[in-house]
Design a protein around this ligand. Structure first.
Ligand code: PHE
Ligand code: ZN
Length: 877
């Protein structure tokens, strides 16, 4: 087998031939589906005449091929592993093909496959080539007409993109529906679904008064789990009209839930396909977090209708054009309808944990990569979340009104086209008059920029000097970095008043908060008229995706925790304060010295627990300790055991010192209201469960009794799951085991709940967990073929159970490598994702490094899919 080759951005050329209209017919059968295609092909006007035609095709058996009705002879075309070549074709012609495919054998879940007895497709990024021969690239946009033929009993419902225009009965118990999608689209947005599905229907009237039918299609047993997704969809549709002026453009919008799906969901035109975990909710089966994630994903996919579908990407290097913008839009939506500061805190703490780790590791890449082997490997936190941070910076640089004008210009100018990131940024530059050329480096430079800040107060002159310097560390393939244009939102908090001081810079008065534009490697800002020593509050709201260092004392952090006017920075001050204490404790653990808890942290928590606050959601965030993964990201070398021990120590010290306060907090946030996934209730439950978690960390008798009672809560999974997790992760197996068993029996019929049951068990920090992981992998309800199960069991173990995954006997690594090797054959895309923790070996001690690398080498010795090959090569480079 030859080594997979890289594709480079600099080699981009328009296709030699494009398709303007695509007619498809699917004759569905699980193991032998026939796909008949009639493509209206023409030479691309920007390419020369006489070029051979080359269309992609993967695992297709060609039955028939004709050009303008003339069947081709064997020597007039060629089919290889990657597609079809016809050396000579007319300038404009009809290409007819008939291929046979095997959806039942498709475990990769790309192209047409069977999931729980239903047919469904996944075409982004390159799945369409597993359906028919096609120029399977996003810059080829065609209108589609799709006829789906299926068995009336096996597939009573036949769906595709657009509007149904014809349907009828066929001999042999079969029937058909023809769908027409009038909006030209790239092949990656094609979708087909067929099976025994039932729907929930609703309506939406658009801003111009058009009536849209909304449908959510599910397996019959899930009909009671669609309310929240439907409500979220309607809110998202309204929000996009009110916020971005974007209206829906078809008569119907459909969502389908499928059980086997590689990602969260897919924005196919008019027919979004969702991982069932990303759409189904019910108070008894889904947690608050799941409700909120469904709300965000439904909105995300809906927003793609404009940012992605109407205006799409020229090539896959531009992936962040649609994903970064759409993530920014869904984050803003969730912020608007929930608590904005909490949404920001959640997004940033996830970002600083997971994206920072990616940007610091061997698979670091720019938001617009310049080459790839397997594009599926680039659906990353960098493309999505860092891409969203870049759009957010643009929004702040321009101000909302101007940013909105830029967005309007972008949609108007490029509607129906496949474009680039420059096209987007150029619109923003044009409406604002800003020079964004330096800003563009955010798209081409990988790595997290580091800002070092230094402040000095000059009593005599009443001046405050703030010196900021920036540096971006080298990343694979990019040794040298250039300075970026970094917006630093900041204030100076008066030490006596606790208020933001008036800011004057270069004689200009700027109000009480400003955005500094750091463009050089080092810049000093002199604030005048500062009549008392201030504490700087920097990078408010995380105004840029950077690592900020400032030598805050613990007193300053305690001060900001109480006084900072910016909720986000108040939370961040608390995190920094706790981090300083954790650093000491990690060192103490490593040196075998007795651990002593910093009383300032206890005092800060006491204040949080005893001060009345309206914003319970922010309070819950403030009370939550940084995760082990986040703490690890802050250390030069990761010592998993010391981090775990230090964090447990902090939790237990706080619980011991503040037991009564936590009990009171728990008590005050109980409620008899019937469950609703509303922000207020969600916040109450969070506070209550965070408090209980502290109590359970010392296995306080009263805490244990509360958890035991809560496991039987009837009306919501949030409380049940929280309590069950605490019990299973404690030493009280006398209570935990029967509770786990009862839970498993009660929910054996519901795969989404059983996935939670897997996760709760494999994240148990105790040493005996590895046996449990292996036992659960053999459980009849587990299967490596279902990505959700793989994530719930293997993914959760490797990412969330750090002490056990990183065991010094290497058993955790071996287990993951075994799974990667098996998944490499079954589902390369999932294999290449699940391998991630092993690729981060550089961060650990020598012994673990050697163990991790040995497992990577063992994987490398296999016959690998391009997906896993690329990940392993980058990890070992
Ligand atoms: N485009 C999808 C989304 O972000 C994600 C996806 C990518 C789904 C590739 C499937 C395959 O919304
Ligand atoms: Zn997306």
């Amino acid at each position: 087998m030859s080594e997979p080759q890289a594709t480079h951005l600099k080699d981009y050329l328009p296709p030699a031939y494009r398709v303007t209209h695509t007619e498809l017919k699917f004759d569905l059968a699980p193991s032998a589906t026939t796909v008949t295609a009639r493509l209206h092909v023409e030479r691309h006007p920007e390419r020369e005449a006489g070029l051979p035609l080359r269309f992609a095709g993967d695992k297709l058996s060609l039955v028939r091929i004709a050009v303008d009705g003339q069947t081709l002879e064997a020597d007039e075309y060629e089919v290889d592993d990657e597609g079809l070549t016809i050396p000579s074709v007319p300038e404009r012609f009809l290409l007819d093909t008939e291929v046979s495919i095997d959806p039942a054998a498709n475990t990769a879940l790309e192209g047409l496959y069977v999931s729980s007895g239903m047919f469904c497709t996944q075409c982004e990024p390159q799945g369409f080539r597993r359906i028919t021969f096609y120029p399977d690239r996003p810059d080829v946009m065609a209108t589609f007409s799709t006829t789906v033929v299926g068995d009336k009993t096996e597939a009573p419902v036949l769906l595709s993109n657009g509007n149904p225009v014809e349907s009828g009965e066929l001999p042999g118990g079969r029937h058909f529906v023809t769908w027409e999608d009038p909006h030209p689209k790239p092949s990656y947005l094609f979708a087909l679904v067929a099976g025994k599905l039932e729907k929930v229907e609703d309506r939406f009237t658009t801003m111009s008064g058009r009536d849209v039918t909304l449908q959510i299609w599910v397996e019959p047993e899930n009909l009671d789990k669609t309310d929240h997704a439907m409500a979220s969809l309607k809110r998202a549709m309204r929000w996009d009209e009110e916020t971005y002026g974007r209206e829906y453009d078809l008569d119907r919008f459909m969502i389908v839930a499928v059980n086997d799906f590689n990602m969260g969901a897919m924005e196919n035109k008019g027919l979004n396909i969702f991982n069932s975990a990303a759409v189904l909710t019910h108070p008894q089966t889904a947690t608050d977090a799941a409700f909120q994630s469904v709300e965000g994903i439904v909105a995300h996919e809906y927003f793609h209708n404009w940012s992605g579908n109407r205006v799409t990407c020229r090539d896959w290097f531009q992936l962040s054009l649609k994903e970064g913008f759409t993530v920014f839009r869904d984050q803003s939506f969730s912020a608007d309808i929930n608590s904005a500061p909490v949404k920001r805190i959640e997004d940033v703490s996830f970002f600083r944990t997971a994206q920072f780790a990616e940007d610091a590791g061997p698979t670091a890449h720019p938001v617009r990569p310049d080459h790839y082997i397997e594009i599926s490997n680039f659906y990353t936190l960098t493309i999505y979340e860092k891409g969203a941070e870049i759009v957010r910076m643009l929004r702040h640089l321009l101000g909302w009104e101007t940013f909105r004008q830029g967005s309007d210009l972008y949609f108007a100018r490029f509607d129906g086209q496949a474009v680039t990131i420059e096209d987007f940024v150029d619109c923003m530059a044009e409406v604002s008059g800003l020079d964004l050329s330096q800003f563009m480096r955010w798209y081409s430079q990988a790595g997290t920029p580091e800002i070092d800040a230094h402040g000095e107060y000059d009593y005599a002159k009443c001046e405050y000097h703030l010196r900021l310097s920036q540096r971006t560390p080298p990343t694979p393939g990019q040794a040298e970095k250039q300075p970026l244009h970094i917006p630093v939102r900041m204030g100076l908090v008066g030490t006596k008043s606790g208020n933001d001081m008036a800011l004057t810079l270069d004689g200009e008065s700027l109000g009480h908060e400003t955005v500094l534009h750091l463009r050089d490697t080092e810049q000093t800002y002199v604030f005048t008229g500062i009549d008392e020593a201030p504490t700087p509050s920097l990078l408010r709201g995380f105004s840029a995706p950077v690592y900020l260092r400032y030598p805050y004392s613990r007193e300053e952090l305690s001060f900001l925790l109480t006084h900072d006017a910016d909720d986000f920075n108040r939370w961040d001050a608390g995190q920094r304060l706790t981090m300083l204490a954790l650093d000491d404790l990690i060192a103490a653990h490593r040196n075998g010295v007795e651990k002593v808890m910093d009383s300032r942290v206890i005092d800060a928590y006491r204040r949080l627990l005893t001060t009345e606050t309206d914003d319970k959601a922010v309070l819950a965030e403030m009370l939550t300790l940084p995760s082990e993964a986040y703490i690890a990201e802050q250390q030069p070398m990761v010592d998993v055991d010391a981090i775990h021990a230090a964090r447990v120590f902090v939790k237990q010290s706080l619980a011991t010192a503040l037991r009564d306060e936590f009990l009171a907090m728990h008590e005050a946030h109980r409620s008899d209201e019937p469950y609703a996934p509303e922000p207020d209730q969600i916040a109450r439950r969070r506070v209550k469960n965070v408090a209980l978690e502290y109590l359970m960390s010392i296995e306080d008798e009263e805490g244990v009794a509360l958890a035991e009672a809560q496991v039987d809560a009837e009306d919501n999974m949030t409380d049940v799951r929280a309590a069950l997790t605490m019990l299973v992760h404690s030493s009280r197996s006398d209570i935990a085991e029967p509770a786990l068993k009862a839970f498993g029996e009660k929910w054996a019929h519901d795969p989404l709940v059983m996935n939670q049951w897997f996760t709760i068990q494999v994240t148990r920090p105790q040493e005996d967990v590895l046996e449990r992981v292996k036992y659960l992998m053999a459980h009849p309800l587990f299967s490596l073929k279902n990505p959700n199960k793989v994530r719930a069991l293997i993914g959760a173990f490797a990412a969330q159970n750090r002490v056990n995954f990183h065991r010094l006997d290497g058993e955790g690594y071996r287990l993951l490598a075994d799974v990667v090797i098996e998944l490499n054959r079954l589902n390369p895309e999932i294999a290449a994702r699940i391998i991630t923790p092993l690729t981060r070996w550089q961060r650990f001690d020598e012994q673990r490094q050697a163990l991790m690398k040995a497992e990577l080498e063992r994987i490398r010795a296999e016959e690998l899919s391009p997906n896993v090959f690329e990940m392993v090569e980058r990890a070992l480079a």
